[in-house]
Design a protein around this ligand. Structure first.
Ligand SMILES: Cc1ncc(C[n+]2csc(CCOP(=O)(O)OP(=O)(O)O)c2C)c(N)n1
Ligand SMILES: [Mg+2]
Length: 544
């Protein structure tokens, strides 16, 4: 049914039709018509305004990661877009479905270099370097189809963000609009020969291993079934954590997987680049690699695998589960062995990484199993990647290979906004927290009950330790003048307290998780912490 409406109204109606129920945004004149449309659609799409564009984009990212559903943010062109760019880059690295709605100067002046407000030379070209799918909306009639295309692109092949630009005058133009229904992205047909080849390799393996990355997030039941059939340990590091819950004896953390690597004869790599294994642990011809990836270009990037299966992990693993019994050898149950090995590593890490592991134990004891932990580039974060038990998919959000300091607090805010039904915990260093601490105002304004811990060592501690160890203790650019974090948070209207050890952190977390509609900041003063890096940058154990 055709209807007279503006480009902005058509865009917002299409977003709503795709299940987008929030737009994280920071307004400005180029997008005034868009906000007018958002005002009219307020009963279907909530507009969450932030204090900086990076906050808006990180909130959309956090919401996308926590829900697995597409999310959107809106910013003005030029500085607005560039302020959001680190988050968009991170969404790309994390294959997260984040749609950027970006304003533009008047349509007829694009490319004429007149110097309009917020003009960015070749903005479309800049955007095209940041995302795989982008377009400029040119009319009301085109808007809905372009939203549907962008939504489909974010769910097709290698997942990731997309962007739509629209000029200031085009947002307000009207036309006869036919709303485009959501498209179903086509999946490549499953390669049955490759399934058989993979089933044969896995079936005859003596020491198989499964490695999961972010691309396996929606295939947790299949991973767990395959692990049991193969008695294969499952490694999820960072973005693959929680796919096989940490209580399962076959769920192993990074150092234990490394310990098992030299003897592994077949590895099933699901939605992971397998970067550490290729570049650090080593590969050789005695190890058959089976790759499952939605990006056809990915499996052979580092080394041609024995078998590549291209497409969505869930259906591919389901086919593998069907095909495996015909080829599967009998293997001894490995639960006892893995439990023993994992316990040994737990002790080793607890001894070596103190006080980090004690803080993580306190966090795990209080954060419910379906609560969401949001990682940061900080000492407790590095240790969490190795030692925090994770029980469910999408409950451990870690920023992928960008590892960008300061992503955490605003992303966690988006996660908590999109999942008000579970507690979300953001951990931060004093350095990273001040990247987006201004969004405390957003948390208070929109009544988002996020809990954030700031581990305060008065330093870019990671940088300081590297300088101490590798540069003869000469220190530059790593000491920090910090605010009083408790008074700082309270001045925004947030709840805040300071605790000095892991025992006191537990009741503080309990109080925080019980709060509704009020954010909490917990400051934990800490000293320098032992290095996690010997447990992360692990040596080569096979190949040349
Ligand atoms: C965007 C970005 N800039 C710089 C860095 C480099 N970097 C890594 S850790 C770190 C210091 C972190 O300090 P803090 O947040 O206080 O954590 P701490 O190491 O003290 O626990 C820096 C500057 C980075 N990872 N990302
Ligand atoms: Mg610090």
């Amino acid at each position: 049914m055709r209807k007279q409406m503006t480009t902005a109204d058509a865009t917002v109606a299409s977003l709503a039709a795709h299940g987008v129920d929030a737009v994280y945004a920071l307004p400005g004149i180029q997008n005034d018509h868009l906000f007018d449309a958002l005002f009219r659609a307020a009963n279907r799409v909530r507009t969450v305004h932030t204090r900086h564009e990076q906050g808006a984009a990180y909130m959309a990212l956090g919401a996308a990661l926590a829900t697995g559903r597409p999310q959107a943010y809106a910013v003005v062109p030029g500085p607005g877009l560039l302020n959001s760019a680190a988050a968009l880059l991170t969404a790309y690295a994390m294959n997260a479905p984040v749609l950027a709605l970006v304003g533009e100067i008047p349509a007829q002046d694009i490319g004429r270099h007149l110097g309009h407000l917020h003009e960015l030379r070749d903005q479309a070209g800049v955007i095209a370097r940041l995302v795989d799918h982008s377009a400029r909306i040119g009319s009301a009639e085109a808007a809905s189809g372009l939203v549907a295309d962008a939504m489909a692109a974010m769910r097709r092949g290698r997942r990731g963000p997309a962007a739509l630009e629209c000029a200031i005058d085009v947002w307000g133009r009207t036309g006869e609009v036919e709303l485009q229904a959501p498209l179903t992205p086509s999946e490549p047909a499953i390669d049955e020969d490759a399934i058989r080849a993979a089933a044969k390799r896995l079936g005859s393996a003596r020491n198989p291993m499964i490695v999961c990355g972010g691309g396996a997030q929606d295939a947790a039941p299949e991973v767990s079934e395959l692990a049991a059939m193969l008695q294969a340990p499952v490694l999820g590091y960072r973005r693959g954590r929680g796919l096989l819950g940490s209580r399962d004896p076959l769920s192993v953390t990074l150092p234990l997987a490394h310990e098992l690597w030299a003897k592994t004869d077949v590895v099933l790599a699901v939605g992971t680049r397998l970067m550490m294994q290729h570049r650090q642990w080593g590969m050789d011809d005695d190890l058959a690699v089976i790759r499952v990836d939605s990006d056809p270009a990915e499996p052979a990037r580092l080394r041609a695998p024995a078998v590549a299966l291209i497409g969505d992990a869930g259906p591919i693993l389901r086919r593998l589960i069907d095909a495996l019994p015909a080829h599967n050898a009998k293997r001894p149950a490995r639960a006892e062995e893995m439990t023993r090995r994992q316990a040994a590593w737990r002790q080793k890490l607890a001894d070596a990484l103190s006080p980090q592991v004690a803080f993580l134990d306190a966090i795990r004891a209080e954060l419910p199993e379906d609560g969401i932990y949001v990682d940061e580039v900080t000492q407790i974060g590095f240790a969490a990647r190795l030692a925090l038990p994770v029980h469910k998919p999408r409950t451990f959000l870690s920023p992928g290979y960008q590892d960008n300091l300061g992503w955490g607090f605003a992303s966690a805010l988006g996660a908590q906004h999109a999942r008000p039904d579970v507690p979300v915990l953001s951990i931060n260093g004093d350095g990273g927290f001040l990247f987006t601490a201004n969004e405390l105002a957003t948390a208070v304004r929109h009544r988002i009950s996020l809990t954030a811990i700031v581990f305060n060592d008065g330093a870019f501690g990671n940088v300081r330790r590297i300088q101490e160890e590798a540069y003869g203790k000469r220190l530059i650019a790593c000491d920090l003048a910090d605010p009083d974090f408790v008074r700082f948070a309270e001045s925004f209207g947030a709840a805040a307290e300071r605790v000095t050890d892991a025992a006191a952190l537990r009741p503080a977390l309990r109080r925080a998780f019980a709060r509704r509609e009020t954010p909490t900041l917990i400051e934990v003063p800490v000293g320098p912490m032992p290095s996690p890096w010997p447990f992360i940058f692990l040596p080569k154990v096979r190949g040349t």
